[in-house]
Design a protein around this ligand. Structure first.
Ligand code: BGC
Length: 390
C-alpha cells in the first residue's frame, strides 16, 4: 500500500435533499427556480431519491463504502409553520435505519441550503425568530436520530451568508468558488451562528456528535497580499471555523482555491485547467483546507464532508481524487485528526440551477432515473476496501 488510512476511517459519498429527492415544493429554492429568468434549470423530480433511496444505499454498500451523508429537508418536515409531518419524519427514520441495516454510517445534515418557503417569507435568517424556528425544527427531528453518530447542523453557513440577498444565478458561481460572491451578510451570518448553537444545545446529550460544515476556499495570497488575504478570509471562512472551536467535530468541504490580491479575490488565472464549474482544477485544495482548519481549531476532529469535481470525464475524477487523498494523507501524517472522507457526490444531482456540472460517482438518467455506476465509483470503493491507495 502506497498510502494507508487508519482503521475505522469512514469512506463515503454525499448528497443533499433538494439536489437528489425531487419535488421539494414547499422550499424557498423551489420558489426561486420558478421565478422567471433567475436560474437556467429547475430541480423537478431531481434524481427521485425520495423514492429510490434503497437503491442508492445498496450502491453505496456494494461499492465497499462505509458511510453516506444526506440531509433531512426542513421544508418537508415542517411545510407550514408549526405543522410537522409525522410521515416525512418516518421516511427519514427509514433512511437512517436503511443505512444502519446495511452497515453504513449515516452522516445527517439538518440544513443544506434550503429552508421552507414560509420561513423565507417570514423574514428568513434576518427575522429575530430565525434561530428559535430552527431550534423548534431540530427538536422535531431529534426523536428519529437514534443510532446516528454524526450530525451536521448547517451546511456551509459561510456560503449561505454570501448568497443571502443575491439571486443565485449560475454565472455568479461560475467564475470561482467564492471570489465572485459578495461578502457575507453580517446579519445572516450572526443568525446562522445563533441557529447552529441552538441546534447544538438541542442535540447535546442525545447521542450524536454535532458540528457544522464549512466551505473551505483555500484563500491564497498573491503578490505578497498576506494581510489582505487574511482580512478577506475572516468574514468569508475563518469566522465560521472559529465557531467550531467548541464543537464535537468540524466538516471540511474543499474543491478549489481562490487567489487574493491587494484588491480582493482574483479571477482564475488565464490558462488554468478548469472544472465544469469554471473553478480551477486544484486537487491540493483538500490537503490545504484540512491543514488550515486543523490550525484554526486545534483539537477539533475533522470529517471531510465534501470533496469532488464536476467533470464529464470520469478518469479526471479519479485523477482529482487521487491528488486530493494524497494531500489529505500528508496533512494527517502532519497531525491533522481526520475521521473520514465523504466524496461529493454520490449521484449526478441538481447543481443549484443547473444539471450540467456532473459531480457524481453515479450517473442518473434524467427520464428513467436509472442509476449507472461510473468507474470512479468502483475505484473509490476499491480505495475504501483497501484502506488506502495502492
Ligand atoms: C454544496 C453542495 C454543492 C457543491 C458543489 C457545496 O457548495 O454543499 O450542495 O453541490 O458544493 O458546488
Amino acid at each position: 500500500m502506497r498510502i494507508s488510512f487508519p482503521d475505522g476511517f469512514l469512506w463515503g459519498a454525499a448528497g443533499s435533499a433538494h439536489q437528489t429527492e425531487g419535488n421539494n415544493v414547499a422550499s424557498d429554492f423551489w420558489a426561486l427556480e420558478h421565478r422567471p429568468g433567475v436560474l437556467p434549470e429547475r430541480s423537478g423530480d431531481a434524481c427521485d431519491g425520495y423514492h429510490r433511496w434503497r437503491e442508492d444505499l445498496d450502491i453505496v454498500r456494494d461499492l465497499g463504502l462505509t458511510a453516506y451523508r444526506f440531509s433531512v429537508e426542513w421544508a418537508r418536515v415542517e411545510p407550514a409553520e408549526g405543522e410537522f409531518s409525522a410521515a416525512v419524519l418516518a421516511h427519514y427514520r427509514r433512511l437512517i435505519e436503511g443505512c444502519l441495516g446495511r452497515g453504513l454510517t449515516p452522516v445527517v445534515t439538518l440544513h443544506h441550503f434550503t429552508s421552507p418557503l414560509w420561513f423565507q417569507k417570514a423574514g428568513g435568517w434576518r427575522a429575530p425568530e430565525a434561530a428559535g424556528r430552527f431550534r423548534r425544527y431540530v427538536r422535531a427531528v431529534l426523536p428519529i436520530l437514534g443510532g446516528v453518530e454524526w450530525v451536521c447542523t448547517i451546511n456551509e453557513p459561510n456560503m449561505l451568508a454570501m448568497m443571502a440577498g443575491i439571486s443565485r444565478g449560475a454565472g455568479e458561481r461560475e467564475e470561482n468558488a467564492a471570489g465572485a460572491l459578495p461578502p457575507p451578510d453580517r446579519e445572516v451570518a450572526d443568525a446562522l451562528i445563533a441557529a447552529h448553537r441552538a441546534a447544538r444545545e438541542e442535540l447535546a446529550g442525545t447521542g450524536p456528535k454535532s458540528g457544522w460544515t464549512v466551505a473551505n476556499q483555500n484563500f491564497e495570497a498573491a503578490g505578497g497580499a498576506e494581510a489582505e488575504r487574511d482580512a478577506w478570509a475572516w468574514p468569508r471562512e475563518d469566522r465560521f471555523l472559529d465557531v467550531a472551536a467548541d464543537d464535537d467535530f468540524v466538516g471540511v468541504q474543499a474543491y478549489t482555491r481562490v487567489l487574493v490580491g491587494r484588491d480582493g479575490a482574483l479571477p482564475v488565472p488565464a490558462g488554468a485547467r478548469r472544472t465544469l464549474m469554471g473553478w480551477e482544477f486544484y486537487p491540493e485544495a483538500l490537503g490545504g483546507a484540512v491543514r488550515h482548519t486543523a490550525a484554526r481549531v486545534p483539537g477539533v476532529p475533522i470529517l471531510v464532508t465534501e470533496n469532488g469535481i464536476a467533470t464529464a470525464d470520469d478518469a479526471e475524477r479519479v485523477e482529482y481524487t487521487t491528488g486530493a487523498l494524497e494531500g489529505l494523507h500528508a496533512a494527517m501524517a502532519d497531525g491533522a485528526d481526520v475521521r473520514g472522507y465523504l466524496h461529493w457526490s454520490l449521484l449526478d444531482n441538481y447543481e443549484w440551477g443547473s444539471w450540467r456540472p456532473t459531480f457524481g460517482l453515479v450517473a442518473v438518467d434524467r427520464r428513467t432515473f436509472a442509476r449507472t455506476v461510473k468507474p470512479s465509483a468502483r475505484w473509490l470503493g476499491g480505495v475504501a476496501r483497501a484502506g488506502g491507495l495502492p
